[in-house]
Write a protein that binds this ligand. Sequence first.
Ligand code: PLP
Length: 385
Amino acid sequence: MAKTLFDFDTPIDRSGTASVKWDKYGNRDIIPMWVADMDFACAPAIVDALHRRIDHGIFGYSNPPAGLVDATIAHLQSEYEWKVEPDWIVWLPGLVVGLNVVCRAFGREGADVLTAVPIYPPFLSAPVNGARSTVRMQMIESNGIWRWDMAALERAITPSSRLLLLCNPHNPVGRVFTREELQEVADVCARHNLVLCSDEIHNGLILDADKRHIPVASLGEDIAQRTVTLMSASKTFNLPALGCAYAIASNPDVRSKLKKAMAGIVHHVGLMGYIATEAAYRDGKEWQVALLEYLRGNRDLVEREVSKMNGLHIWHAEATYLSWIDARALHADDPVKFFSDAGVGLYDGALFGAPGFLRLNFACPRPLLEKALERMSRAIEALRR
Ligand SMILES: Cc1ncc(COP(=O)(O)O)c(C=O)c1O
């Protein structure tokens, strides 16, 4: 691989940094590959911007900086040819907050919120937190591709359905939905007068060279009017602890319902989150390109090695730094425990609505990934002996 300006290979010790990912296993020798953050330092341009702001020394209540709004709008225009107006943006401290607020903002208590499994767990809990009910369909897989089951979606819609939650690019199956697939979802929302909430947090992590992220709200005026898009620089630029995300809604009525559901409860975004997001969008591109090249190498390694392991089936991740693995043919009582006993900490598919499946986060230095894959392979061989 061509050397880049950025070093993703040298491990950085995260112990003693209050890392959710690394603290989970304490002193046990388990390589953490569960929660979705990366074991890479973020772009130097972001660290420099944070240093500059810290040196000012005053951290009073802050507005979203005007430069951030400009940088976000320019980013959406240049990456996705999506023209967003400043007042369409509602700043949030996180995407999960956004999912929960959206569920409370639309429809009455008891209304159905539709989504498809497997899915990032807060999609299943946010409707319930908001006194709605989660209606889950199964995604369908054929020829190695996971898709929404549009016929099942049509069947699941009732007069009580008000909101549909979409994740694109998809966590955990790594799909980048095509324009045609997104249009089908948009058409269903129009036919049944549903609000669409599209979580696009993984938008900057497209790994396949022939795929492009398409914000669903950029497809046309009808879908734009009924959509809340949730985005953040946090996943692509590894800033989740800085708490800065945003919703985009071009429809003022949708925005005002969102703001009403947030009022008095949702805390404002922290200053450092704003600063980091602006630096990411303004000056982070070169680092992002290098990151994607590195992640592509890691993904290819994971897919090559896991597909040789008996009892596991892995899908190709078009985007994200997450691999989705079917471990049912391993016949382990508890596949998560099986691999943590072998020294690899994976995420339990049951939380995503898919028991027997696993999610593996490959955003770590390659030598660590190689070690984890060796441990998995050895554990499976020992099982067969
Ligand atoms: C699809 C999706 N949405 C939201 C989040 C979390 O967002 P936040 O940390 O901003 O709450 C994640 C984190 O992995 C995610 O994968």
